[in-house]
Design a protein around this ligand. Structure first.
Ligand SMILES: NC(=O)c1ccc[n+]([C@@H]2O[C@H](COP(=O)([O-])OP(=O)(O)OC[C@H]3O[C@@H](n4cnc5c(N)ncnc54)[C@H](O)[C@@H]3O)[C@@H](O)[C@H]2O)c1
Length: 247
């Protein structure tokens, strides 16, 4: 059992899928939350969770929106202990079938959201001499899944941001890690699996355990690296992947 009691956590991309599961796990572990998403459903989630939680609706690839998010957290709670950069999602298709728009969207959603959030939150963490940054990356960066090149360019940037920031802030009580899932059974993925969709089956085929991860399995690792217990873990990309890459 990890201990997040009383910790103040920002979780991005929390309206649905893995981000929602992370918010539910953090609430159960006693954290107080600032949730953010493009999708207004994040407001209903904040109201329903069994903890103190507030929500911001906006596009986190825009710096001024992220500044508002940090301001909301600081005014409401006076500190920010944990930042979970979960906002993202792939536009998964063969590289030459991307358009300039889908390439930009892929980088905006996955890399700019994480970059701006780190850039705007870190001054508070430095002031506190305490912080836990947990990025949600992707195991496809390691195993080179088909059709993932553009997405991997974005998530590879997130993995690289992790090692660089971890080193830069290592002596200031701040850890920076990435949790890298393989395919996760979010409602969208599960629907395709239930339909026995051949496109999604190929991504399951590389997982030795023969099944996607659950959202709770990803949230569990995020909760651990966000906790005080993980005080000597930094600069790591930790796969939660049923063995789809090893080592
Ligand atoms: N589902 C998987 O199989 C899988 C595998 C590896 C990595 N991931 C990563 O895990 C994270 C969560 O994925 P998911 O499957 O739950 O996806 P999802 O699409 O269900 O959730 C992502 C959330 O991020 C939000 N978001 C996207 N861009 C945003 C922006 N610019 N500003 C604010 N919010 C934004 C979306 O509105 C959405 O609610 C993502 O970073 C994704 O890339 C997912």
């Amino acid at each position: 059992m990890t201990v997040l009691k009383g910790r103040i956590a920002i979780i991005t991309g929390a309206a649905e899928g893995i981000g929602k599961a992370i918010a539910e796990r953090f609430a159960a572990d006693g954290a107080r939350l600032v949730l953010a998403d493009l999708n207004p459903a994040v407001e209903a989630l904040a109201a329903a969770l069994p903890t103190d939680a507030v929500a911001l609706v906006g596009d986190l690839s825009v710096q001024t929106v992220v500044q508002s998010l940090v301001e909301l957290a600081r005014v409401r709670y006076g500190r920010i202990d944990i930042l979970v950069n979960n906002a993202g999602g792939g536009v998964i298709r063969p590289f030459l079938e991307h358009t300039p728009d889908t390439l930009r969207q892929t980088i905006d959603r996955n890399l700019w959201t994480a970059l701006w959030c780190c850039y705007e939150v870190l001054p508070t963490m430095v002031e506190q001499q305490y912080g836990r940054i947990v990025n949600v990356g992707a195991d496809s960066v390691r195993n080179g899944l088909p059709e993932h090149a553009a997405y991997n360019a974005a998530k590879g940037g997130v993995h690289a941001l992790t090692t660089g920031l971890a080193r830069e802030f290592a002596t200031r009580g701040i850890t920076v890690n990435t949790v890298a899932p393989c395919m996760v059974a979010t409602p969208i993925v599960q629907k395709l699996l239930d339909e026995d969709n051949p496109w999604i089956r190929q991504f399951n085929a590389v997982i030795p355990m023969g099944r996607p991860g659950t959202m709770a399995e990803v949230a569990s690792m995020v909760a651990y690296v966000a906790s005080d217990e993980a005080s000597f873990v930094t600069g790591q990309v930790i796969s939660v992947n049923g063995g789809s890459t090893m080592l």
